[in-house]
Design a protein around this ligand. Structure first.
Ligand SMILES: Cc1ncc(COP(=O)(O)O)c(C=O)c1O
Length: 402
């Protein structure tokens, strides 16, 4: 049996798969088993922020793996590589976030924050946003997308109230003295790259203060320079100091790793046995993350992303002009970009056609075509990707909405 047959018969999948099996990658490129090359504008769900096989990541893996991968009594003992990463993070974390815990996935980070928020406030209600994505654990799916998603597993874990993303009036109605937390992404990624007004987070922050609710900002997708600043909340019109900030994906450039940082108010309320985990900042993950963050700081990756993001968005806007009846909107913040068709059902076939032509993009569940290349992508690679996308779109001219 070949790879695809083996996986289809022996593996479990919960989605429609692309008939592709990738073997290796370098920079913005990946190759499949037949040796065909592709431009990767997915970064493996926004994870491989320095591209594939980046030397600093390989070096960090080799160095740390030759010393220790998992410490004895991991959480009970101390770790030099965890200490080094904690120190480095003080250079990039938004002011007011004073302590950090490491875990393995974005969902795990959000799950822990929801759990801790309920315990600290002794309240149950959580306000989340429609179209938001926070993970697939029982707690996080309860605050993801909307009730049509989470009610598959009734009763839901959290007492969640969903409000439209970006709608401060709706949030004002929803939040009250029973609200433990508000959880929100600064830019909705899985929701189709939805960018709110620059005062959105500040308004939520004020409402949380008024009602004594804790503010959880989920930067799992937007963090680590993806949107052109270390964290997207830095682009708000006012200083944002959440109670919890969750991080994942780009934090370790492809190694499964995540974190949550907390304010001093929250840190003061944390108690023994509130949380834990086998890996909780294992030395290998910490060393890789340290290498990634150091590289980002040394090379002004945030600044580079701002420039390249503008370039990619301009190219998408040109496509919009070229195909005004096919494309409804283009949007982006840094290198988190999207193209929305008038007819959302085109997104999947266009994605498949792009893959055939050598360009990998990410469709969202709500039918938006998302582009999130690695943060070191060159302008030439962006040009090549846009040429492929333009050629694919030519095939759909006949299906334009009028
Ligand atoms: C904003 C956001 N939060 C949380 C998650 C869940 O992260 P993970 O898949 O690492 O559990 C994702 C994943 O796409 C995400 O985009």
């Amino acid at each position: 049996m070949n790879t695809i047959e083996t996986e289809n018969s022996l593996g479990i999948t919960f989605c429609d798969r692309l008939e592709l099996a990738f073997t290796h990658g370098e920079g913005s490129l990946v190759w499949d088993e037949s040796g065909k090359q592709y431009l990767d504008f997915t970064s493996g769900w926004g994870v491989t922020c320095l591209g594939h096989s980046h030397p600093v990541i390989i070096e960090a893996i080799n160095q740390q793996a030759s010393k220790i991968i998992q410490s004895p009594n991991a959480g009970f003992s101390y770790s030099p590589s965890r200490a080094a990463l904690l120190s480095l993070l003080t250079q990039i974390l938004p002011a007011g976030l004073v302590k950090t815990y490491f875990c393995n996935s974005g969902a795990e980070a959000n799950d822990a924050c929801l759990k801790l928020a309920r315990k600290i406030t002794e309240r149950r209600k959580v306000v989340s946003t429609l179209g938001g994505f926070h993970g697939r654990t029982f707690n996080t799916l309860s605050v993801t997308r909307g009730t049509d998603n989470s009610d598959r597993y009734t009763p839901r874990q959290a007492d969640t109230v969903f409000v439209p993303f970006g709608d401060v009036a709706a949030l004002t109605q929803a939040i009250d003295s029973q609200t433990a937390a508000v959880i929100v992404e600064p830019v909705q990624g899985e929701g189709g790259v939805q960018i709110p007004s620059s005062d959105y987070l500040a308004q939520i922050q004020k409402l949380c203060h008024t009602h004594g609710a804790l503010f959880i900002i989920d930067e799992v997708q937007t963090g680590f320079c993806r949107t052109g600043s270390f964290f997207a909340l830095e682009q708000s019109n006012e200083k944002i100091s959440p109670d919890f900030l969750t991080m994942g994906k780009g934090i370790a450039g492809g190694f499964p790793f995540a974190a949550f940082a907390v304010s001093d108010k929250v840190a003061a309320m944390l108690e023994k046995d509130d949380h834990g985990g086998t890996y909780c900042g294992n030395p290998l993950g910490c060393a890789i993350s340290h290498a990634v963050v150091s590289f980002m700081l040394d090379n002004d990756i945030a600044g580079q992303v701002r420039d390249k993001g503008k370039y990619l968005l301009q190219k998408l806007q040109q496509l919009h002009k070229q195909f005004p009846k096919l494309i409804n909107a283009t949007r982006g913040q840094g290198l988190l970009c999207a193209l929305e068709f008038n007819d959302h059902s085109l997104t999947r076939p266009v994605t498949l056609q792009c893959a055939k032509a050598g360009l990998l993009v990410v469709p969202t569940r709500n039918g938006i075509l998302r582009l999130l290349p690695d943060l070191l992508v060159s302008r030439e690679t962006i040009d090549r990707a846009m040429t492929i996308l333009g050629t694919v779109l030519e095939n759909y001219r006949g299906q334009e909405c009028t």
